[in-house]
Every structure is written in structure tokens, then in C-alpha cells.
Design a protein around this ligand. Structure first.
Ligand SMILES: C[S@@+](CC[C@H](N)C(=O)[O-])C[C@H]1O[C@@H](n2cnc3c(N)ncnc32)[C@H](O)[C@@H]1O
Ligand code: SF4
Length: 453
């Protein structure tokens, strides 16, 4: 795909990644623990399986680019106290859900869940999976930093039925690794992948980030060669989100050495072309998967969904989340736990749910959420289907699609295909910008979001 600097400059604006709609800045403290309790109680009457997310917010040291919610500690007392509190929170949430407990999906995120020792993680998972039993076809996944993850961790996870593992890589180049203060070799990553496969993990994902200091086309090519050589089932290719006002440690990286605008886009395009040539399929705007992987199958059979955990095919209508900053999506609501480890623990120890903010979606929000999620999975806006699913409530988003389409067409972001509006190659690259056109709350001056490029 040919792309010029002018086009990149035009679309490179701060914008949400739309892991939720409405996005977090629209949520309020008036939707707190009581509202979340009501949502859980209402969800108890359904028999559908659940998705469960557990946030484990610990790392031994901070990578300078990191925008995740993590607590840097080497204190061995922290994990046991955390586990006890998390299980207390799990029991409280489970009570509200009555007999509705079966899991279709479990994801442990962080931080680095394998900051906990295998025994600690086992002492969390055994009671958790008794409280929320996984269905036979459930997907159980975890995010790990290979440098702190052992084969004992992997064996213990396999015994609990885990079949998906996502490993952070970011970049294998030594100079980039020095600049981001994160070191890990191809060999240790490979050893872990091979071990995971040997004990039955069917899905291995690697995370890469483009836009980091000292990433040049030459160095990036060597990283891409190494990554393709590892043959992961999935790849996440994230645009570096540089928000030093929110994450002050990011300011310790040399900003002048970061690729900008079209230089940054070119790194994305290089990676995309290499992955497509190596047999991967593009999933959404920042993922790739081998044709044998569920995500690629889900793209073709319409079962691909997007939520806080990323792209998934094991969609459950309700996502229940535990741990600091974790976000639940239950019925037509979102609810977020206290971000701070201490604040979250205090609420749980006081006998409350740890919710601090959230939102109950209106019928207009639900129609827009459906349109945005569908677009970020399949790159198509289908006005007829939106009208069928949402009736008159689709009026707002349909009007926005119709109003924006001529401008998107003129910018070569979309093409009309009968009643469908379909993203072009360029439109896929700037999918977040198209989603922004469907966002009823978008504050064009907001700087809280990362840039879309
Ligand atoms: C919780 S971490 C993954 C597990 C583990 N902690 C690790 O780093 O290997 C989630 C992923 O978010 C991505 N990430 C973190 N900070 C980011 C940022 N500022 N911009 C873009 N991606 C970021 C990285 O690719 C990282 O692997
Ligand atoms: S290991 Fe992962 S979560 Fe921890 S600081 Fe690094 S990127 Fe962030």
C-alpha cells in the first residue's frame, strides 16, 4: 500500500482504541458498587456462560514504555495478600451471580501474572476454578513476560487446562531493548514457546510494539525475521502509546529517537507485509493470525468479537472482572474497579465490591457499540443489519454513517458495496479514525488518548 506523509499527518490525531464504547472518560462515579451489584443480580437469571478476567498487577521492574496498570515490587509478601483479597472479591461476585458460574473464557492479565510463583498462582487458580468452573471448550489464557516465566509455571497452567499464552516481546533489538529497559532474548522466548506447545498449549501469541526509540527499518527487519522464525499462532502489533503526562516513566526514553508519523506507519506496513507474506491473516487493525488459528476462523465464520481482552472467538455475553482497575461488562453496563492496589484492597476488605466508576448504556450507545465493534472486527458498516438489530435506536449511528461516508470516500478510507460501507486498505489502517466518526461523545480536543498512528 502506498501511503504519503500528508495522509498520515491528516489522520494522526489522539483517539480511543475502542476496547469499549462509550470510552472510559464518559463513565461516572455515580455508576458505582451498587449499580454493579444490580447488574450482577440481573445477570444471575441468565444461563449463558461467562467470561472472567483477573488483573494481577505486579512486575519486578518497569519497562519504560509501559502503559499497563502494574505495581513494581519484589516484596514476597505482596502476592499472598493479593491472592487472599482477590479470592474474597471472587466469592463476593460469585454470590451475586447465584448459580451462574460456568466459564467460556478466563484470562489472566497484568502486570505480569507469572510474577507470582507457580505455587502462588496455583493457590489462586485452584479455588477460583472451583468457584467458576471452566466449560470443556473454554479458552483459558494468560499474559506473561518470558524473562520471568519458568517451565514450572507453564506446566502448572497446563494442569489447570490453560491453552493460550500471550508473551510480550516488543522488539528483540539490543539497542531498542536498552532504550526501553527491557531485556529478553530470542532463545529464552523460543524455549518457552516450545515448552508451552509440548504441554498442550494450542495458541501462542506474541506482542510487538512499533514506534519505540531506535526502531529503524533495518533493525525492525531483523526483529520481524526472528519473530516469524518463532512461528507464533497470533501476533499483536501495537502502536506505541506515548503518554508521558499519564505515565511519567515514559519520559525517561529518548523522544527524539522515536520514529514519528510516516516513519512510524512505515514500520507498521513493513511488519504487516512480512506477516501477510509469511502466511498470517490480518485480524482487526492490530492483530494477525495463522489460518489454522481460531481468530482467523472466527473472521470468516462471523464469530470474531472484540472486548477488553482483545479479539476473541469465545464470546460470552457478560464479562466479569476481578482485581485492581479491572473492567466488567455485564448486561448493558460497564463497571471499573479501583485502579490503585491499596484502594481496591481496602474496598474488598471493607466487604464491598471494588467498583469506582461505570456506565449504563442507552439504546443509542448499544447501537453505536455494535457498529464500532463490528467494524473493528470485519471492517464493514452494515446499516440494514444495524436497523434490524436495534430498530429506531440505530437512527443516530446510521445518520452518522450516512453523513460521514462521502468524506470517508473522498479520503479513500471506504467504498460503497451495495448497502454496505466497506473499509479500503487505507481505511483499515485508520480504522480508529472511522470509529471516531461514530462516537457520539468524542471530544476532538481530548489529549487523554494515544495517537491513532
Ligand atoms: C500486560 S503486558 C504483557 C505481559 C507482560 N507484562 C509483558 O510485558 O511481557 C501487555 C502488552 O501491552 C503492550 N503495551 C504496554 N504498554 C504499551 C504502550 N505504551 N503502547 C503500546 N502497547 C503497550 C505491550 O505489547 C505488552 O506486551
Ligand atoms: S513487564 Fe509488562 S506490565 Fe510489566 S512493566 Fe513491562 S510491559 Fe508493563
Amino acid at each position: 500500500m502506498k501511503i504519503d506523509a500528508e495522509t498520515v499527518r491528516r489522520f494522526d490525531v489522539p483517539g480511543p482504541r475502542y476496547t469499549s464504547y462509550p470510552t472510559v472518560p464518559q463513565w461516572t462515579e455515580t455508576h458505582g458498587a451498587q449499580a454493579h451489584e444490580r447488574a450482577l443480580a440481573a445477570a444471575a437469571s441468565s444461563t449463558a456462560p461467562l467470561a472472567l478476567y483477573v488483573h494481577i498487577p505486579f512486575c519486578a521492574k518497569r519497562c519504560l514504555f509501559c502503559g499497563c496498570n502494574t505495581h513494581i515490587t519484589r516484596d514476597p509478601n505482596h502476592p499472598p495478600v493479593f491472592i487472599e483479597t482477590l479470592l474474597e472479591e471472587a466469592r463476593r461476585v460469585a454470590e451475586r451471580l447465584g448459580t451462574r458460574r460456568s466459564l467460556r473464557q478466563l484470562h489472566l492479565g497484568g502486570g505480569t501474572p507469572t510474577h507470582l510463583t507457580p505455587d502462588e498462582l496455583d493457590s489462586l487458580l485452584s479455588p477460583l476454578l472451583r468457584l467458576f468452573p471452566a466449560l470443556p471448550d473454554a479458552e483459558l489464557g494468560i499474559e506473561v513476560h518470558p524473562a520471568v516465566t519458568t517451565t514450572d509455571h507453564i506446566d502448572m497452567l497446563a494442569r489447570h487446562g490453560f491453552d493460550r499464552i500471550s508473551m510480550g516481546v516488543q522488539d528483540f533489538d539490543p539497542q531498542v531493548q536498552d532504550a526501553i529497559r527491557r531485556h529478553q532474548s530470542v532463545a529464552e522466548t523460543q524455549t518457552l514457546i516450545e515448552h508451552a506447545r509440548a504441554v498442550g498449549f494450542s495458541g501462542v501469541n506474541l506482542d510487538l510494539i512499533y514506534g519505540l526509540p531506535h526502531q529503524t527499518p533495518g533493525r525492525w527487519t531483523r526483529t520481524l525475521d526472528a519473530v516469524i522464525g518463532l512461528r507464533p499462532d497470533r501476533l499483536a502489533l501495537y502502536s506505541y502509546a506515548h503518554l508521558p503526562s499519564r505515565f511519567p516513566h515514559q519520559a525517561a526514553m529518548p523522544e527524539r529517537a522515536m520514529p514519528k508519523e510516516d516513519g512510524k506507519v512505515r514500520l507498521f506496513l513493513m511488519a504487516r507485509d512480512r506477516f501477510l507474506d509469511a502466511g498470517y491473516e490480518a485480524i482487526g487493525f492490530d492483530h494477525f493470525a495463522l489460518p489454522t488459528d481460531d481468530l482467523a476462523r472466527g473472521l470468516h465464520d462471523g464469530t470474531l468479537h472484540r472486548n477488553f481482552m482483545g479479539y476473541t472467538t469465545r464470546h460470552a455475553p457478560d464479562l466479569v472482572a476481578l482485581g485492581p482497575s479491572a473492567i466488567s461488562q455485564v448486561g448493558p453496563t460497564f463497571a471499573q474497579n479501583d485502579h490503585a492496589l491499596a484502594g481496591w484492597a481496602e474496598r474488598v476488605c471493607d466487604g464491598r465490591l471494588a467498583t469506582v466508576r461505570g456506565i449504563a448504556l442507552s439504546a443509542d450507545d448499544l447501537a453505536r457499540r455494535d457498529a464500532i465493534e463490528g467494524f473493528l472486527c470485519r471492517f464493514v458498516l452494515d446499516v440494514t443489519a444495524l436497523r434490524q438489530r436495534h430498530g429506531p435506536a440505530a437512527g443516530g449511528v446510521v445518520a452518522d454513517i450516512e453523513r460521514n461516508t462521502p468524506e470517508w470516500e473522498a479520503a479513500r478510507l471506504v467504498e460503497k458495496d451495495g448497502a454496505l460501507v466497506r473499509a479500503t486498505g487505507l481505511g483499515r489502517l485508520f480504522a480508529r479514525n472511522i470509529a471516531m466518526g461514530l462516537d457520539a461523545y468524542l471530544d476532538k480536543n481530548a489529549t487523554a488518548f494515544s495517537r491513532t498512528v
